[in-house]
Design a protein around this ligand. Structure first.
Ligand code: SAM
Length: 361
């Protein structure tokens, strides 16, 4: 399958050592870091009294939930906060009791079986749950049906590989790299255009699904405006994965042709670009938009941690493009290369994590 068509590459499923379940603590650190802020924002900015007075079902969606456990923590925090707010406000106003419905959205090939099998609330009936398969770059839920939307670490996955990036005749051909590391201007521009289009589609769809006054919480990573992907530790890891693939082409485990036609539909924007993309959508007010450093930024991540983390999110795209049997060797080689040429974290430029709260007008 060509990676220039619509893309859908789930995180590693199941519950074994390679699963996203055991390799998502880097993302969880960010979710935990913003938990208190999300609580405050929901208490202050969500107006329960403005909703239909007969409302009895409160709907929350996690867009791009993967298989847990991060999604479970995030939605539980939202539910606990809405319950607290409802309790406080019920003392002065007659509010009907609330039931919670959580919609878990991801691409259809996400491992929803593992997600629902490991759902912590399956015995306690804290909320009713529902799987919503489909790309969040289009509408996946009924109009006017969602009260709080949430997404974390998702919108860097573009809807597709940008135009011409895998076209050998184009000046935007991502020659010798497997991702947008910002080193080839035409390639970076193609990714920027795709990111802006996709962000607009994401927000248009959410604007239709959210009720007026509904909140959309968005977490992810971006760069300061003077930092490029190739200068950050994760950019270096992806370039090293590219080098490992080239070594594998030399040894016959894959081909140069396959590498030439491979570029990941992943793009991390610079801050002002992200801000512009958010501001362009006029259906929301921006209630909060802030950045901070990643909670693990100053930690020396071990090779084991890095290799397992990248394996959990890249296995499916690698297998789709390069075929079965490549993943084990690729990540074995990555481990060896990182041991031979350790990343000097002190010299790497820093990424940022962002936290955005939008309110549907
Ligand atoms: C890095 S995981 C993040 C999972 C979880 N939100 C977290 O914070 O740990 C990215 C998830 O986004 C999903 N995803 C990427 N593009 C998507 C799309 N267009 N529609 C729905 N889900 C998408 C992937 O399948 C994957 O499960």
């Amino acid at each position: 399958m060509s990676t220039s068509s619509q893309s859908s590459y789930p995180m590693s499923g199941g519950e074994d050592q390679h699963s996203y379940i055991h390799n998502s603590s880097y993302q969880k650190a960010v979710i935990d870091g913003f938990e208190e802020k999300a609580r405050q924002n929901i208490l202050e900015k969500f107006d329960l009294l403005n909703l239909n007075p007969h409302l009895s079902t409160f709907r929350i969606v996690d867009f791009g939930c993967s298989i847990g456990p991060n999604t479970f923590h995030a939605v539980q925090n939202i539910i606990d906060t809405v319950k607290l707010k409802h309790l406080k406000e019920s003392q002065e106003n007659s509010l009907v009791p609330l039931e919670f419905q959580v919609c878990f959205n991801d691409q259809p090939n996400n491992d929803f079986n593992t997600l629902f099998r490991t759902l912590p609330s399956s015995f306690g009936q804290e909320y009713l749950s529902m799987g919503v398969p489909g790309s969040f770059y289009g509408r996946v839920l009924p109009r006017n049906s969602i009260h709080i939307g949430y997404t974390s670490y998702t919108t860097h996955w573009l809807s597709k590989v940008p135009e011409h990036v895998c076209d050998k005749k184009s000046s935007a051909w991502n020659r010798s790299y497997i991702h947008c590391n910002y080193l080839i201007e035409e390639v970076t521009n193609a990714y920027k255009i795709q990111f802006t289009k996709d962000m607009s589609l994401f927000l248009e769809a959410r604007a239709e699904e959210l009720v007026p006054g509904g909140l959309m919480i968005v977490l992810g990573e971006c760069f300061p405006d003077d930092v490029a992907m190739y200068e950050t530790w994760s950019g270096i890891v992806l370039d090293t994965i590219g080098d490992c693939l080239l070594d594998m082409a030399t040894s016959g485990a894959t081909t140069q042709e396959k590498i030439d036609l491979f570029s990941m539909p992943v793009y991390f924007p610079q801050y002002s670009e992200l801000k512009r993309a958010i501001e362009q959508n006029k259906n929301f007010t921006i209630e909060m938009m802030e950045t901070t450093s990643h909670p693990l930024e100053d930690k020396q991540l071990t090779n084991d941690f890095i290799v397992s983390m990248f394996r959990a999110f890249l296995s499916s795209i690698i297998e789709t493009h390069f075929g079965d049997g490549v993943v084990n060797e690729l990540f074995y080689r990555l481990d060896k290369k990182l041991s031979k040429y350790p990343i000097d974290f002190d010299k790497c430029k820093k990424k940022m994590v962002y936290y955005i709260v939008l309110k549907r007008k």
